[in-house]
Write a protein that binds this ligand. Structure first.
Ligand code: C2E
Ligand code: CA
Ligand code: CA
Ligand code: CA
Length: 272
């Protein structure tokens, strides 16, 4: 029997190779794709790791290509970003949210660097429209801003968009914390409501290695600044216990639920 990872590599490689040649093609193909509803939303629960209640969901994009099958977001998001099509993608995802999350839950939305620095539209207004469609209050919606894009938090474009978002009442999260270069300075300048600590860090918990003091100081700093930590990529009971011992309660990961077509009302699989 093939090891699972090798099997995945073999299965995925031809898609990626074919997909690379797609990169050279035009916007037309992408627009066709957007029209054909090949993109659709999935929802991954964010839970209270203690009570196991569902607190909200992260909206994630999926692309099921008719010939190439499932294309991971890490491959198509950068291309859509390059063509300035991420707002359209988001509109498309939201238009398909028939099973919208419940009123009392959060919905977390990812915005890429391009969307956050683009000043050709009023970002706050754009997002408010989305909330209307979803029937959600703006204060129930978290805008996730990833550290990976190495955003310049000082740039005027970004600052004005961030102000718009805040004035509309949206919550703001720094995503993939620990992977970028803004780090602690970002935390101070930005004062996000939430800090999503990258799954890379959370998954090292099992190694009991030297990253734990680093993690612990991130948690302490966030707590001192009044920022709620969300631990992403929680896969094991050991990780859950460790996080709870550090007063980190908001968790997301396969231990609680993978991304699904429908938002979870409650957890199907209870850990522990
Ligand atoms: P992200 O925002 O960090 O999203 C979390 C990723 O981790 C998701 O991958 C999710 O499926 C995966 N994940 C969740 N729990 C676990 C776990 O316990 N273990 C492991 N190993 N992985 C877990 P996904 O869906 O492949 O998305 C990849 C990235 O693509 C996202 O990373 C996000 O940056 C980007 N992305 C996805 N949808 C959108 C979108 O609609 N707009 C934008 N701008 N970016 C998106
Ligand atoms: Ca995210
Ligand atoms: Ca993340
Ligand atoms: Ca990530």
């Amino acid at each position: 029997l093939l090891p699972a990872s090798l099997f995945t590599a073999l299965a995925v490689t031809p898609i990626i190779v074919r997909f690379r040649s797609f990169r050279g093609q035009h916007l037309k193909e992408l627009l066709r794709t957007l029209r054909n509803k090949e993109f659709y939303p999935v929802f991954q629960p964010i839970v209270d790791g203690h009570s196991k209640q569902v607190l909200g969901h992260e909206l994630l994009a999926r692309w099921q290509h008719p010939k190439w099958g499932a294309i991971p977001p890490d491959h198509f998001i950068p291309i859509l970003a390059h063509h300035g099509q991420l707002d359209r993608l988001l509109l498309e995802l939201v238009s398909q949210c028939q099973n919208r999350p419940q009123q009392h839950q959060y919905l977390s939305i990812n915005l890429s660097g391009e969307q956050l620095t683009d000043n050709n539209r009023n970002l706050g207004e754009f997002l408010r429209e989305l909330c209307l469609q979803l029937g959600l209050d703006t204060h129930r919606v978290i805008i996730e801003i990833t550290e990976r894009d190495e955003l310049d938090f000082q740039s005027p474009g970004f600052q004005s968009n961030l102000n718009d978002i805040r004035q509309c009442g949206f919550k703001v999260a720094i995503d993939d914390f620990g992977t970028g270069h803004n780090g602690l300075t970002g935390l101070r300048q930005f004062q996000p409501d939430f800090l999503k600590v990258d799954k890379g860090f959370i998954q090292m918990i099992r190694h009991r290695d030297e990253t734990q003091p680093v993690l612990d100081s991130i948690f302490r700093l966030a707590q001192q600044l009044g920022i709620t930590v969300i631990a992403e990529g929680v896969e094991t009971e050991e990780q859950r216990q460790y996080l709870l011992s550090r007063d980190v309660v908001h968790m997301q990961g396969y231990l609680f639920g993978k991304p699904h077509r429908r938002p979870a009302q409650r957890l199907d699989r209870l850990p522990g």
